[in-house]
Structure formats: structure tokens, C-alpha cells
Design a protein around this ligand. Structure first.
Ligand code: NAD
Length: 227
């Protein structure tokens, strides 16, 4: 299982959360990505996500994404991503679970089960679901529940190999997933910074960016598991 965060997509030109964390048109990201912000100023929230979506459509999977797709030749790879981009899918990974939603989808603000693909980059005020309610970005905002966590915890608890790529492991509940890995699972962490995993166990650290890091990981896994 591979848990990925914003750093996974940094080499595709998408900014990490911390890089975005400053002021964005006078608002803090944490203040744009909340249910309260949507109540207060939905146009601003739409604009913020429209901008992210436009950037995503102009971006491509990087060497790290492609490397994780390549691992499927040797292992049963399950990606669990905190990212809302679709770069893992575009790189070719077949099993991708999105914890925090998907930027290229919209959902009804009245019925969370009504989810739609967005054509192009723009979601507008006035775009509505089949029941007539305004569409909102299909992303999990700060303070909202993370429905995919149950499935993610189940997957983590069955992992033989648990890899984290490009996550500061600051955003919960996602960061807690590593704690579900079985005692005999091997744990790996790829990040150019010195990230602390919230577990009292040995973690193999590969202190590199995602592209180079996944290449080194692949080599070491193939050695270790004799593939
Ligand atoms: P974070 O910004 O808190 O941490 C990013 C981590 O990536 C840091 O530890 C940083 O050192 C590392 N990093 C930077 N460049 C890297 C590279 N080239 N290769 C590998 N690692 C690199 O991100 P987070 O832990 O994912 O949590 C932030 C939240 O923001 C998540 O919920 C995520 O959904 C959201 N987010 C998503 C996207 C996206 O979809 N692409 C982008 C920004 C933020």
C-alpha cells in the first residue's frame, strides 16, 4: 500500500499544501477549504478550485507516479492518496482510493451521493444536480468527515509493505493510517524533508523527492523480495 500526499505531485508542478498555505487572494487556504467558507462566499471557493482544476488539466504525471504504476508488474499495489488530482490514474495505477475527494468531480450540495464528472475546468454558480441543488467541488473540506477512512484503514491493516510518499503526516485522520500497518509489515517513507512518522517502529527512510525516491524504493523492494 502506498499513501501519497501533496509532495507526490510537486514535480508535476502542483504546489504542496504548505506552499499554498500562504495567502491566496487575501485568504488562507484553510479558510477557503471549509464548509463555513462555502456558506460565506461560494463564488470564492469555486474560483479557488476552478484555478486548481485548470492547473491540473495542464499537468502531467511525473516520474514518481509512473514508477508507482510500474510497481504493479511485481506487486499488488493499492494507492491511497490524500491528493485530489488524478495523476495516479493517468500514470496507470489500477487501484486508487481518494481520501479527500477528486478535483475533476462535482457533487450535489443537497445529496452527497450525486457525484458528476466535470467537463473542462470550470464549475459555476448555477450549475446544479438533477434535483436542482447547486454543485460543489467533490472534495473533503477541513472539518468534514472522511468517509473513505474505513476502507483505507482496512487496506492498511492488511498491507505487507506500507510506503508513504510526499506527506508531512500532519493532516489527520490520514496520517494515522500508518498506525494500522501490521507489526510485520515493512514501513518506508519517501520525502526530501525530515518527516517524522507517528509510529514507534523502524521506518526505512528514503530522503529524496518522489521521482528519484520511487526509483530507489523499487530497486530495494525488488532486491528484498527477490523479484
Ligand atoms: P503537505 O503539504 O502537508 O506535505 C507535503 C510533503 O511533501 C512535505 O513533507 C514535503 O517535504 C514533501 N515534498 C515536497 N516536495 C516533494 C517532492 N518533490 N517529492 C516528495 N515529497 C515532497 O501535504 P499532505 O501531507 O498531503 O497534506 C496536505 C493536504 O493538502 C492533503 O489533504 C491534500 O489532500 C491536500 N493537497 C492536495 C494536492 C493535490 O491534490 N495535488 C496539493 C496540495 C494539497
Amino acid at each position: 500500500m502506498v499513501l501519497t500526499g501533496a509532495g507526490m505531485s510537486a514535480e508535476s508542478g502542483l504546489r504542496t499544501f504548505r506552499e499554498m498555505g500562504g495567502l491566496w487572494e487575501e485568504y488562507d487556504v484553510t479558510e477557503v477549504a471549509t464548509p463555513e467558507a462555502w456558506e460565506r462566499d461560494p463564488e470564492l471557493v469555486q474560483r479557488f478550485y476552478n484555478e486548481r482544476r485548470k492547473q491540473l488539466l495542464e499537468s502531467e504525471p511525473n516520474k514518481g507516479h509512473r514508477g508507482l504504476a510500474g510497481l504493479e508488474k511485481y506487486f499488488d499495489v493499492q494507492i491511497i492518496t490524500q491528493n485530489v488530482d488524478d495523476l495516479h490514474e493517468r500514470a496507470g495505477n489500477s487501484k486508487v482510493l481518494h481520501l479527500h475527494g477528486e478535483l475533476r468531480k462535482a457533487r450535489s450540495s443537497a445529496d452527497p451521493n450525486l457525484v458528476y464528472e466535470i467537463e473542462g475546468w470550470e464549475l459555476k454558480m448555477g450549475d446544479s444536480c438533477e434535483k436542482g441543488s447547486q454543485l460543489r467541488p467533490h472534495v473533503v473540506w477541513f472539518g468534514e468527515p472522511v468517509p473513505a477512512m474505513v476502507e483505507a484503514a482496512q487496506i492498511a491493516s492488511e498491507a505487507d509493505i506500507f510506503v508513504v510518499v510526499g506527506s508531512s503526516l500532519n493532516v489527520y485522520p490520514a496520517a494515522g493510517l500508518i498506525g494500522y500497518a501490521p507489526q510485520n509489515a515493512s514501513l518506508w517513507l519517501i520525502d526530501p524533508e525530515n518527516v517524522m512518522a507517528p509510529v514507534n517502529r523502524h521506518v526505512e527512510i528514503i530522503q529524496e523527492k518522489a521521482g528519484k525516491g520511487v526509483e530507489l524504493l523499487t530497486r530495494r523492494l525488488l532486491d528484498k523480495y527477490g523479484k
